[in-house]
Write a protein that binds this ligand. Structure first.
Ligand SMILES: [Zn+2]
Length: 273
């Protein structure tokens, strides 16, 4: 599942390559993935693409006329949704293509989702709050205004186990299964620890680990992802899905629990108290 670092880099690459492109045609080959009528899609024709951005796990793409956004595409790609940016739109259309945006100069942006779990919303710029979960979203985990003091205040209002806490977008937005494992390993905190058991110093360590892990991953992905924005890179992660391998810090075997939503951690570096 794409998380904050992945989506940040995809948004940057889209902004770099297609900001200013003219939309020739928008269509939804698999309409169930797109919350927009054919008429609404047809109404986008002739719009100019604004700069893509990210908020939480949403990728945002503005459609502009006369320099003002008319509609925003907000894409939550969930498990398997990916954007493909093609220099030649003649490429075969894959099964489960949710959206095709034909651009000038033969370029095309497509959204493909083999699990069919993603959701694409087309809304007016003032209607983002109507997207399920949007208005309850906490600050982005890399938001400059989320200072250590702000983090300390927020965490008091969010109980539960640390792994779930980090993945809760009402607490901080943008973190999923992979980066929550990486952050907790960096912070030396067990995933099933309760927030209420954390000492002040451990809250501070969690904040520092969150910011460091996300910043480092984003930096790394900038060198790995472009130009193929549909590829997800996880090969540099330290612990996530590496159960049975030695812990990069202490050398003992990493533990992994759970199935498709697995949690990986080190019992030595991340003691359960
Ligand atoms: Zn270890």
């Amino acid at each position: 599942m794409p998380e904050l670092p992945d989506l940040t880099v995809v948004a940057e690459e889209l902004a770099r390559r297609i900001t200013g492109a003219r939309l020739l045609e928008a269509s939804a080959p698999t309409p169930i993935l797109v919350r927009a009528t054919p008429e609404e899609l047809a109404g986008l024709k002739g719009c100019i693409l604004g700069a893509a951005t990210r908020r939480g796990k949403f990728l945002l793409l503005p459609f502009e006329r006369d320099g003002a956004a008319q509609r925003i595409l907000a894409a939550n790609s969930m498990l398997a949704g990916r954007f493909w940016l093609l220099d030649d739109g003649k490429a075969r259309v894959r099964a489960r293509t949710g959206l095709r945006l034909k651009l000038d100069h033969g370029r095309e942006l497509r959204y493909v989702d083999r699990e069919m779990l993603g959701k694409l919303y087309l809304v007016r710029p003032d209607a983002l709050d109507g997207i399920p979960g949007w208005s309850e979203m906490g600050p982005d985990a890399d938001d400059p205004t989320l200072t250590l003091d702000a983090f300390r205040r927020r965490i008091r209002h969010h109980p539960g186990e640390l792994k779930s806490l980090l993945r809760n977008p009402r607490f901080v937005a943008g973190i999923g299964n992979a980066y929550s494992d990486e952050i907790l390993w960096r912070a030396r905190l067990a995933p099933l620890r309760k927030r209420s058991s954390l000492r002040d110093e451990e809250v501070d360590r969690l904040y520092a680990a969150m910011r460091e892990v996300l910043a480092e991953a984003t930096e790394r992905l900038r060198t790995l992802v472009p130009p193929d924005i549909h590829e997800q890179h996880r090969e540099f992660l330290q612990v996530h899905l590496r159960g049975g391998q030695p812990c990069p810090r202490c050398g003992r075997e990493l533990r992994q629990i759970g199935g498709s939503e697995a949690t990986t951690f080190c019992r030595t570096c991340q003691p359960p108290f």
